[in-house]
Design a protein around this ligand. Structure first.
Ligand code: DGL
Length: 255
């Protein structure tokens, strides 16, 4: 029973930044990763479409016997987490969200930039999160269309990605922020380029560690933790070309 894998889902390769934290926090678990690279990016699509794709993939993953689902995609969480929980009330479902609360804890009256997809930033879920902290902090939304594609093709550094970042962040960087929240699971793979553009001062935060710890807490509570030998990791993708599968391995082992 406890040997059943934990499903980890993303629109593409970004969720691997969450999977690597999950493996660190839960080394004895089996994981089944599914990336929907054939349909990535999700972030510029209408909410209904993102919701439908997420529900369909969740159904497949549960049909494969997964004991829990980690939605390792902020965009899919914003569009579909409520529907997923309504559809599978007895399943453990964890959805990653931009780590705004963590940033506010570190900088209670600070200036906080949230980089995320257009879909994540326009959804009600993010508005509700922002409302909780907007009184005390200066929260700046930075939609970053185009960044996900760099990760999907394995271009993690260099002048093109830095130029794209400079362009997307130009209105947000008029003042130096205290923290930059990476509210899309693809962006941690661009951390070096993001650091080059935002400078040395701001702390760069993401929600992978919090999501992994929450997954552990939920499995423990349900008596579903696996113990004993190291777990296995299966990587799957809707675009399973040799290039994509090699890139999955490379990203999973990236620092
Ligand atoms: N990795 C996803 C996220 O965390 C979305 C990327 C996309 O498909 O636009 O938001």
């Amino acid at each position: 029973m406890n040997n059943r894998p934990i499903a980890v889902f993303d629109s593409g390769l970004g969720g691997l930044s969450v999977l690597r934290e999950l493996i660190r926090v839960l080394p004895e678990e089996n994981f089944l990763y599914f990336g929907d690279s054939a349909n990535a990016p999700y972030g510029g699509k209408p909410t209904e479409e993102i919701r439908a794709m997420t529900l369909r993939h969740a159904e497949d993953l549960f049909a494969r016997g997964c004991k829990a689902l980690v939605v390792a995609c902020n965009t899919a969480t914003s569009a579909a987490i409520n529907d997923l929980r309504a559809q599978y009330p007895n399943k453990i479902i964890i959805g990653i969200e931009p780590a705004l609360k963590l940033a506010v804890t570190h900088y209670p009256a600070g200036r906080i930039l949230v980089m995320a997809t257009e879909a994540t930033l326009r959804e009600r879920k993010f508005a509700a999160l922002m409302e909780r902290f907007a009184q005390q902090c200066d929260i700046v939304k930075c939609p970053c269309p185009g960044l996900v594609e760099f990760v999907e093709r394995g271009e993690l550094q260099g002048s093109a990605v830095e130029a794209a970042l400079r362009e997307e962040l130009k209105d947000c960087l008029t003042e130096t922020p205290d923290a930059v929240v990476l509210g899309c699971t693809h962006y941690p793979f661009l951390r070096g380029a993001i650091r080059a553009v935002v400078g040395e001062t701001p702390e760069i935060l993401d929600g992978a560690d919090g999501t992994a710890k929450e997954t552990k807490r939920r499995l423990l509570e349900a008596g579903l933790l696996r113990a004993g030998s190291p777990g296995k990791v299966e990587l799957t993708n809707s675009l399973p070309t040799p290039e994509i599968m090699r890139l999955c391995e490379r990203l999973l082992s990236a620092e």
